[in-house]
Design a protein. Structure first.
Length: 152
């Protein structure tokens, strides 16, 4: 049985389908493996691994994890998984910051997270201001972090 099935459930919210924790999750606890096909171009349902590698799924539950500027999940690209970034309460919506894994989004969108540090438009790390970049620096995927080193 998929371990995620025991930890999460699909629900519906103001932005459509979403994922909620079924039980409390500990910081660092595995929530999803990033399963799927590797494709060379991004789309709305991919996570960027490298310049021309994106993991795409049409079936795995992780594709329903919404964006938040104050997420409770972090993507561990090196191990292809999502883990709890902090303790998560049962019933809490699961989210990650799309800007931590995407250089330039294939489908930018207006953010509706409502958090104090909200970026307003989610379009990829490339488009963040210096202070916005600093705020998420510890959660960046290796590829996005390498782009900072290359481009300052």
């Amino acid at each position: 049985m998929n371990q995620a099935v025991m930890r999460v459930q699909v629900d519906y919210g103001p932005f459509g389908e979403m994922i909620r924790a079924v039980r409390a999750l500990r910081q660092g606890e595995l929530v999803f493996f990033l399963t799927g096909d590797i494709v060379d171009a991004p789309n709305k349902y991919t996570i960027q691994l490298s310049p021309n590698q994106h993991v795409l799924t049409r079936r795995a539950l992780w594709r329903l994890v919404n964006h938040s500027c104050e997420p409770n999940l972090v993507v561990d690209v090196a191990n292809r998984r999502m883990v709890a970034a902090r303790p998560i309460e049962a019933g809490e919506e699961l989210s990650f910051d799309y800007n931590t894994t995407e250089w330039s989004m294939a489908s930018p969108f207006d953010c509706g997270c409502g958090q104090p540090g909200c970026v307003r438009v989610v379009q990829g790390f490339r488009y963040l201001s210096g202070p916005q970049r600093q705020r998420i620096a510890a959660r960046l995927s290796p590829y996005i972090a390498s782009r900072i080193d290359d481009q300052g």
